[in-house]
Design a protein around this ligand. Structure first.
Ligand code: PMP
Length: 355
């Protein structure tokens, strides 16, 4: 039986990327080392790094004063690293639309004062928040472009006269995005750009210039800019996988292709959920995520049964996050359209039998 992977991350890879990885790692009779076995400072890996930087900058449409960094540590490290670098006497502001935004704010508060200028917590994170007043001497406004657990997505960046900082983890490269409006952005590779171990960060020069000299070298973004993201050994296999993923995105027609496809199939899934008396999704229409679709059976206690029957039908990774329960379908670029159709059939079938 064909299996379909709806995991929120690490997530499904494009078939061609899996093929490239297996070719790249396959043992060779001539003993030639694979991409994962050569120096990150040698010519073979240098070519990977150069092309990856070039393709990512182009896909994102970055401008000259935006630095692209390829780092370790995931989005979680950026929750702390950003305020450590950029706050310096100013107050960071946070718009909170779900679990990850709350986590980012909590980390910022471990570094210094930070203000929550809007939250949709009171309505169970079923919408994007209204924005209140920004603090005077505001360091930046942070938002989570797409809340992976609550399934809440900003259609476009909030409007504010301060630098914008965006956690784009789960919507990275899922559509053309106005990256050039952002002073700071970050995303782990393990959703739409390959495998865990690589974190993409964009930092604009004016924020870079705020770096305090007291930080350890490793936590000084300037050192990463000056070393072309090679302050220490990079996650070479994750970089290589990211390069093959970028090539695949380009070969499919770029981000515009995925925007159209991702929107259409998410809409099909939401339509089925909305038409049903059994399945539901509580998020306001304009804020529904195109990427992560949480949904619930009428009787919440049924969720584990749905997950297990889905697994038996070859639909994997549908268990909702422990913070929210229910189910969640993650529809990353590499997921086949056929998988969404099979899920839709499964939901109809389950409702007919048990609804
Ligand atoms: N932010 C968002 C929106 C996420 O979806 C995730 C991971 N699911 C994280 C942050 C944490 O990412 P990481 O594991 O790379 O630290």
């Amino acid at each position: 039986m064909t299996q379909h992977n709806f995991s929120a991350g690490p997530a499904v890879l494009p078939v061609v990327v899996r093929e490239k990885l297996s070719q790249a790692l396959a043992p060779r009779t001539d003993g030639q080392p694979s991409i994962a076995e050569v120096s990150h400072r040698g010519p073979v890996f240098a070519a990977v790094a150069e092309e990856l930087n070039e393709r990512l900058r182009r896909l994102m449409g970055l401008v000259d004063d935006q630095h692209l960094l390829l780092l370790h540590g995931g989005a979680n490290l950026q929750f702390a690293w950003l305020p450590m670098t950029v706050a310096s006497g100013r107050i960071p502001a946070y718009l909170t639309s779900g679990y990850w935004g709350e986590k980012a704010l909590a980390e910022a508060r471990r570094i210094g004062p930070a203000e929550e200028v809007g939250s949709s917590k009171a309505i169970g994170f079923t919408d994007v928040p209204e924005m209140g007043h920004l603090p005077e001497r505001c360091a930046y406004l942070h938002y989570t472009g797409n809340e992976t657990i609550h399934g809440v997505q900003f259609e476009r960046p909030p409007v504010a006269a301060v630098p914008l900082a965006a956690d784009l983890s789960s919507e990275f490269l899922s559509r053309p995005y106005p990256y050039r409006e952002l002073a700071f952005a970050y995303a782990g590779a393990q959703k739409n750009l390959g495998i865990p171990g690589l974190t993409v960060v964009v930092i604009r020069q004016d924020l870079l210039d705020r770096s305090p000299d007291t930080l350890p070298n490793y936590l000084d973004y300037r050192k990463w800019v000056n070393s072309n993201s090679m302050l220490n050994t990079p996650a070479t296999l994750a970089w290589y996988t990211a390069l093959e993923t970028c090539r695949w995105i380009d070969s499919c027609g770029g981000l515009a292709f995925f925007q159209k496809r991702n929107r259409e199939r998410a809409q099909r899934l939401y339509d089925v959920i909305d038409r049903s008396d059994f399945w539901s999704n509580p998020v306001a229409g304009h804020a529904r995520s195109v990427i992560n679709v949480p949904f619930f059976p009428a009787d919440a206690k049924r969720s584990p049964d749905v997950v297990s029957k889905a697994e038996s039908a070859g639909l994997l990774g549908l268990k909702g996050h422990r913070a929210l329960g229910g189910l969640r379908a993650s529809l990353y670029n590499a997921l086949d359209n056929a998988a969404v159709e099979i899920l839709i059939d499964f939901l109809g079938d389950y409702e007919r039998r048990y609804g």
